[in-house]
Ligand binder design. Structure first.
Ligand code: ADE
Length: 229
């Protein structure tokens, strides 16, 4: 087993790198990949940079070049569901691309022919995350995560994403990672800790809570890896 652990920003993987053993940096395709071990298991860690294109590239490289056979994503998200507060953890059961739009041809938002409006995460990894949350006494939300190449800090946009996709949280990479893993048949898991509420204070909240929430997510991911060994 070789596990890819991916984030979008340096802050999202920094708390992971601190805790790994035998870290070896490899430069490839304008990025850095970190081969390491954790609890005796091989892992490869990388941050993609923000957005769907960079995330797709990094997920593909983790699988095709480094041979990872599972992918765990760790990072932060904006909350849509009002039950979610800053620092809360949400695991995606399915993901969609809120900015994918060929509705001019009669298709639903988020859908292109031969694609799917929603991509489902691996059920056994989601089940494992619930066991881990229970053993740690943490409340883990499960729901729909919407992805788009946009930092959302606007009530109307947030409401539209909520109404259109019934999404609970939003971010900028998860769904593209899901597309790659689904196509390459690699079980994947997308975890996010809330950094903001995608409203008009989202930019300030994001800067304030990025590091703290990223750490919450990273620590949980490492607990998952412990259970996978
Ligand atoms: N990731 C964290 N907060 C976000 C937001 N408000 N919009 C998009 N991605 C995010």
């Amino acid at each position: 087993m070789k596990i890819a652990i991916m984030g979008a920003m340096r802050e999202e993987i920094a708390p992971l790198l601190e805790k790994l053993d035998n870290v070896k940096e490899i430069k490839y395709a304008s990025n850095r990949y970190y081969e390491a071990s954790y609890n005796g298991i091989d892992v490869v860690v990388a941050y993609s940079k923000i957005g769907k294109v960079f995330a797709s590239l990094t997920a593909t490289i983790l699988i095709e070049k480094f041979g990872c056979d599972r992918l765990l994503f760790s990072g932060v998200a904006g909350a849509i569901n009002e039950d979610l507060s800053i620092g809360d953890l949400i695991v995606a059961n399915k993901l969609c691309q809120h900015d994918l739009d060929i509705t001019a041809f009669g298709h639903p938002h988020g859908y292109v022919p031969e694609g799917a409006e929603f991509i489902h995460c691996d059920e056994s990894l989601v089940a494992l995350s619930k066991d881990v949350a229970k053993s740690l006494g943490i409340h883990l939300y499960e729901g729909i995560i919407a992805t788009g190449d946009q930092f959302v800090s606007d009530h109307a946009k947030k409401a539209w994403i909520s109404d259109t996709f019934c999404a609970d949280a939003l971010e900028m990479e998860g769904s593209s990672v899901a597309v790659v893993c689904d196509a390459l048949d690699v079980p994947f898991f997308i975890l996010r800790a809330i950094s903001d509420s995608a409203d008009d204070s989202a930019d300030v909240d994001f800067d304030t809570f990025l590091e703290k929430s990223a750490k919450v997510s990273a620590n949980f991911i490492l607990k998952m890896v412990e259970k996978l060994t």
